[in-house]
Design a protein around this ligand. Structure first.
Ligand code: A4P
Ligand code: MG
Length: 297
């Protein structure tokens, strides 16, 4: 098994599921030439593993999966092409379903072939497979401006390294930055870590909060000084407009203390919905230069 596969197995699965059963579609799958020619009905059952609490909290379809769209996709997969085996069909359905959204962390697919050419009486034959989603690349911004910031950030990295279902890919240097946000406070040390993870994004956010709390993080003033701040800048290509977890982070594109360390790790980095990080940083620097020139006049 690949290394990626090994760490993925440790990720806790979301306990919530969406179940779609008895999805019937006509297809031309089977070993016999006659099955490919005449076709027959196939029936699919799906169990989709994802956190449903965020969508329920806001009653928002954008925070979950649209089961009607998934049903149509599965219908199309069954109706397209011609495989010898229902094993292959089930695998293809799993791949297509998992590609729907990074929110979906695993899927169970059953494919039934109730009219299979079996020369004795039977009521059904089916295969059932379980497949996990591939890990997603999460970009985490770290910041600290209270206490022994360097030690706090290094401890946070050790904690990131131990996260279940995850592999720490790279960590930037710690860069000093002036505080942003209009509150008088000490300078920050900031950096970025790249993490490949099978944790779902909300589970990852919960782990970030645990690591912050272990570092003695308190929340008196928004944007105030802190021992440790861990923000999820992006999670794969996911875009979420949930105040509990907004992705990508809504202020990342205007913060050099995020963009600069991120670029140092990945020159080709992209901020979902906004484009190449290198271009965003260029814009930021040009805007800062223009503002400085304006002040000089
Ligand atoms: N939240 C929503 N989306 C996210 C996300 N993508 N990642 C929610 C993390 N959290 C997210 O965060 C407030 C709430 O944001 C959380 O409950 C979470 O559900 P918080 O960490 O409790 O509070 P905060 O960090 O003060 O708020 P916020 O809005 O995250 O602040 P920012 O924008 O991160 O700014 N200047 C310098 N030089 N360096 C810094 O690191 N940091 C800040 C904090 C201000 N100025 C700074 C720096
Ligand atoms: Mg924060």
């Amino acid at each position: 098994m690949s290394r990626a596969g090994e760490f993925a197995q440790d990720a806790p699965l979301p306990t919530d599921t969406i179940q779609l059963t008895g999805l019937r579609a006509f297809g031309r799958h089977g070993v016999l030439a006659e099955e490919k020619r005449e076709g027959q009905d196939f029936v699919c059952d799906l169990t989709l593993y994802l956190s449903l609490a965020p969508a329920a909290r806001r009653d928002d379809l954008n925070l979950t999966l649209n089961y009607a769209e998934i049903a149509q996709r599965v219908h199309a997969v069954i109706g397209t092409g011609s495989f010898d085996l229902i094993e292959t069909l089930a695998q293809r359905i799993a791949q297509e379903t998992l590609a729907f959204s990074p929110l979906l962390r695993a899927v169970e697919v059953s494919v039934h072939k109730p009219s299979a050419p079996i020369p004795v009486a039977f009521s059904d034959v089916a295969v059932r497979i379980f497949r996990r989603a591939k890990p997603e690349r999460a970009v985490i911004a770290l910041g600290s401006n209270l206490g022994d910031s360097r030690a706090l950030l290094n401890n946070a990295v050790s904690a990131l390294r131990k996260l279940p279902g995850s592999r720490l890919v790279a960590v930037s240097d710690w860069l000093r930055s002036a505080p942003v946000g209009g509150i008088a406070q000490p300078d920050y040390l900031n950096g970025v870590a790249l993490l490949d993870t099978c944790l779902d994004p909300y589970e990852l956010l919960a782990k970030m909060a645990e690591i912050e709390n272990a570092a003695g993080r308190t929340r008196e003033v928004r944007w105030g000084p802190r021992t440790l701040d861990l923000d999820i800048i992006s999670y794969g290509g996911l875009e979420l407009s949930d105040p509990v977890l907004t992705l990508p982070h809504p202020r990342a594109h205007e913060r050099d203390f995020v963009l600069a360390p991120w670029l140092s790790l990945d020159a080709a980095a992209q901020l979902p919905g906004r484009g190449p990080v290198a271009e965003l940083r260029e814009k930021l620097i040009t805007a800062a230069d223009t503002a400085a020139e304006g002040e000089e006049k």
